[in-house]
Write a protein that binds this ligand. Sequence first.
Ligand code: NAD
Ligand code: GLY
Length: 351
Amino acid sequence: MKKIHVDASCPYDVLLENGILADAGTHIAPFCKNDYAAIITDDTVNALYSTVLEASLLKEGIRTVKFVFPHGEQSKSAETYIEILEFLAENHLTRSDLIIALGGGVVGDMAGFAAATYLRGISFVQIPTTLLAMVDSSVGGKTAIDLRAGKNLAGAFYQPKMVLCDPAVLNTLPQDIFRDGSAEVIKYGVLGSRDLFMHLKEKGENFDRTWVIAKCIEMKSEIVRADEFESGQRMLLNFGHTFGHAVEKMSNFSLSHGRAVSIGMMLMAKSALAASLCEEEVPDEIEAVLKAFSLPLETDYSAKDLYGIMLSDKKRSGDSLTVVIPSEIGKCTLLKKSTDSLLSFLESAVI
Ligand code: NAD
Ligand code: GLY
């Protein structure tokens, strides 16, 4: 078993091992003082993995109640969030009980936000079941729900007590969703590890899952240690996201997040090269790895349309936006750009 420590304001460990789900009860018991926990999950994950989890908790004498909601981003809403809070209250969860988030980023973000706010804070454990949730959303304490005005607009920084990561559950993940998570994995390679990048480029989707997931979590753990509340270094994790979010929004979310990030990384690399901000090889290298994962490279949307959307980016600060430049493979840098200069920057990559 691999243990990765996350030295945040409330520190915790990520435990990573094939098959660890069946042993979850043993690891969770120390955080469950009253032997009582609420599992929050979606219908797809519930059908696949709840039984194993519940059996392992029962073995440790932990009683559970369970809230199951329909899978998908549309459930990450104020309505479901309130339903979860009501469910916790009806089932008399107290501050010394525990919430267990079993699922992808939607479950983790929403259960985490419920944990942050129910009784002004109750402990929670993350059990991520998608690649994206394993390498990104379950670690670092960002929790949120969507509002009608946009994604992740209400939330809190709230760290879990522990993350249990079982790569074996990825065997049931549809290829589409696996591929989407791969875009985030590639992002880690570009922003901080040439070794990881080269491994992904060589192996494509047959990458060494345990090694790659561990490497991404270690990188995220280091970033969170240095900048938990995102005033600097943590923004590096947004590589590909500024342009990516614009593409995703232009498509009215018909293009998935991972694919939009893939296009966003490619556009940023091309813009950076045109502005002499990165090594010559960077766009070609990024293109090669994205092709190895059959991820998209370009968009038909115009630079003007994308720029219009970027002006309402929630990460905008006054009349500037910090973009993440892939200076070389394995190293990104932050660059504050005036919103005025963004259009011509983007135009160099989009026809
Ligand atoms: P998701 O949670 O919707 O999961 C995708 C689909 O896969 C769902 O239909 C789910 O039921 C299914 N699924 C999950 N695990 C499965 C498994 N093992 N086998 C079969 N099916 C499975 O989506 P996601 O991509 O995991 O997460 C996206 C969400 O994460 C977004 O809401 C995004 O905003 C959020 N996010 C948060 C952070 C953060 O730092 N908190 C970071 C990145 C993304
Ligand atoms: N997913 C970006 C972050 O955790 O900061």
